[in-house]
Design a binder for this molecule. Sequence first.
Ligand code: G4P
Length: 533
Amino acid sequence: MDTLPNTPVASQAATEAARRRSFAIIAHPDAGKTTLTEKLLLKGGAIQLAGQVRAKGNRRATRSDWMSIEQDRGISVATSVMTFERDGLIFNLLDTPGHEDFSEDTYRTLTAVDAAVMVLDAAKGIEAQTLKLFEVCRLRDIPIITFINKMDREGRDPLDLLDEIEKTLALDVSPAAWPIGQGRDLLGVYDLLNPAVRMLDTEEGSHIPVTGLEDPALDKMIPAGRLAELREQADLVQGGYPAFDEEAFLQGTMTPVFFGSALRDFGVGHLLDGLGRLAPPPRARQSDARMVVPGEGKLTGFVFKVQANMDPQHRDRVAFLRICSGRLEKGARLLQVRTGKQVPVNAPLFFFAKDRQVAEEAWPGDVVGIANHGILRIGDTLTEGEPINFRGVPSFAPEHLRRVRLDDPMLAKKLNKALEQLADEGVVQIFKPLDGSPPVIGVVGLLQVDVLQSRLKVEYGVPAGFEQTQWEYLRWVSTTDQASLEKFRQFNRHELAEDHDGELVALFTSDWRRKRAEDEWKTLSFHALREQH
Ligand code: G4P
């Protein structure tokens, strides 16, 4: 790689990147993600919008409630990225949808963060959705900080929880704190990394440094019996679990564990301090041509999310750009590498939780919203001219495939355009059968079909239905063996389609047929996951 020039912008980008922490919260529904988000934002002085965060997080809403929440996209746009500042650090918290039918959106968001906070319910430990989301983090080596929540309620033995994390996730655990009691008996936590106690029912800021577990100051704060218990447990924990190892954490093989209660606003400040100290600033990212480091003078970034704006009449959409290097200035013109077109960025939006604000400039680790009329799509790389692409924004093979049914053939063209736009947004995946039959849409969760149907009708005036198809499985097909591919195309014309980017996909009516194709066509590869570019 050529040495990149060390310009003033480059060194400023390095400095600004160093004080950014961009992260997401992963959790099984009900573990307390929304409550924790509110408390984190309040600490960062970012909000008075508890109600808004809650509206989005309330996934126990009925389906129709949920639909109306989704339609009120102002809320979801405003809470997609929450930026707050504390102790000179800038935190970008990227929101992920709570409902598991929208997990694709979550997976894409995880490509844009540098760390994740995994929230567990102290009574439940690792749950199904925690596991799924964790697997995505592992795929991308995202460092994970664990927060064991609801310690104010009767829960499982903390040692038991640590063992479960270790075994289920095959992850080393290193407790950063140890709870002093639990449930009704919770008194506080002892900070194992920087000896101190943080007591419940005192101000969260009450952080009382001590010299260690033998410090006599502890006798005044903790009743003798409880203190003896703490000493015993802390000994056990420190002897039984590895010390925090930064390298292992950054590689995603070790997680520091914090304890607290989001509801009681306890342990949240400790977690935030931990995030500031332990979570990495933006790191170098691989593009198809070279590694890109944050402290470069030229801007690079990629779009990981596109969302329809508040005003559906204007088809205005906001593309969320994660900045990887350099500086983004208001009014910049950037190269959209996929098309070779110049995209003006007249009013990049910072998403402070309360309001959208026009940013003057943004730095690596930041996420900015770029209003555009359907030009930018998920997976797009933007640069100041260099033709590189960041890879890794994933598409997953859909779990459900549906054939679009249109009662009014006059609307076919309009339907296609609408589907294209909604696919750009990642609302659904769209596949065009090679035999010219009507498009097939693919979703990971069925609620996506409801959203699609409603948006087609309300925003585009196209009433459409969705029918079951005979297909159960879809795989992307790739190979270097063009002759075989040609044959495969000829034999399977009625079971092939192209995705939104013109990539070939094969459709199967059963898993057996999928396996048989894999056996029969040895030189072709069938993928359940595709990285967009
Ligand atoms: P989610 O976004 O992960 O789905 O979880 P959310 O924050 O909505 O929390 C789910 C429920 O758990 C809520 O109770 C919330 O008040 C409660 N909760 C969150 N953190 C804690 C905690 O640290 N301790 C205790 N005891 N409870 C906690 P709910 O009654 O279901 O909803 P609500 O009526 O309070 O909104």
